[in-house]
Write a protein that binds this ligand. Structure first.
Ligand code: UTP
Length: 291
């Protein structure tokens, strides 16, 4: 049985051009899902999967992320003075959820380049990467689902779903063979393939479990699609050498880096939120009739 994985990286240094103009002023990872920023859901997911140390990769325009995980002394005082201790406790809980560390990716050179910054944080053990704009609502954290695959097959694991042809050319495509239930062996992958080069419609959506071997490969990975150092290109080298496992995960994924994903995640959580759920659902039902 593999050791518990206690470290996670959240790359959140991308420019977020698909969310312009708002991304100019608000990091896309700080866009709200009802009343909490996307990155808060990611940290919570990592904690629920057993992580204690979480490194968020940011850039010079993203200080708001760091502030969010700090204590809110003034807010807490005001809340406690007016008897709202539960709200104050919740603020404290967010700040104390895990040891959250921050590191700046000084140049925006791609997801692979961002992950490569985390070598000394990671050390010698396997770790998770949660892409900063992929929110997944699931019964079991996707990271835990990946750990099951890692324990069973002893190989790094990626969370996948089948996506449309329209999306596969924007994401990555995996060469897979069925292993068991929702698990597949992966022997090759390609980032942003032209449609005639896709291996399958399975694409990695936002969660991976990697071993530290990836860092030597990343250091030698040249810029790929879009002129960026792609994590997929480095994973491809290891997949061709010794294989990966893909897990067709249980859970619903929303791309917070895209306007549609942002809107849909808010609707999904808006109807579940204890303060908004009932009235928002009534509003939606009436509104849907006018469409
Ligand atoms: P994306 O490609 O979805 O993010 O990267 P982006 O580059 O911000 O998006 P657009 O196309 O401009 O809208 C996936 C994840 O990798 C992070 C992003 O923050 C996102 O969470 N990333 C990307 C980095 O941390 N550094 C980079 O150099 C690029």
């Amino acid at each position: 049985m593999a050791k518990k994985i206690t470290k996670a990286i959240i790359p959140a240094a991308g420019l977020g051009t698909r969310m312009l103009p708002i991304a100019r002023a608000v990091p896309k990872e700080m866009l709200p899902i009802v009343d909490r920023p996307a990155v808060s859901y990611l940290v919570e997911e990592a904690v629920n999967a057993g992580c204690e140390d979480i490194l968020i990769i940011t850039n010079r325009d993203k200080d708001a992320i760091e502030d969010y995980f700090d204590y809110s002394v003034e807010y807490e005082k005001k809340l406690r003075d007016s008897g709202k201790n539960d709200k104050a406790d919740e603020m404290r809980r967010i700040a104390d959820m895990a040891n959250v560390y921050f590191l700046r990716q000084k140049e925006t050179r791609g997801l692979g380049h961002a992950v490569a910054r985390a070598r000394s944080f990671v050390g010698d053990d396997p770790f998770y990467v949660l892409y900063g704009d992929d929110i997944i609502f699931s019964e079991t954290p996707v990271c835990t689902q990946l750990l099951e695959a890692y324990e069973k097959y002893g190989k790094p694991a990626v969370g996948v779903k089948e996506v449309s042809d329209e999306l596969i050319v924007k994401y990555c495509s995996l060469k897979t063979e069925h292993l068991d239930k929702n698990m597949y062996g992966v022997t090759d992958m390609i980032e942003k393939p032209p449609i005639e080069k896709k291996f399958s419609n399975f694409s990695i959506l936002g969660r991976v479990l990697l071993t530290p071997e990836i860092f030597d490969v990343l250091d030698m990975t040249p810029p790929g699609a879009g002129g960026e150092i792609q994590l997929t290109d480095a994973m491809r080298v290891l997949a061709q050498k010794s294989g990966f496992v893909a897990v067709d995960f249980e859970g619903e994924r929303f791309d917070m880096g895209a306007k549609l994903g942002f809107l849909m995640a808010n609707v999904k959580m808006g109807v579940k939120h204890p303060e908004t759920g009932r009235e928002f659902a009534e509003f939606l039902k009436k509104f849907a009739k006018t469409l």
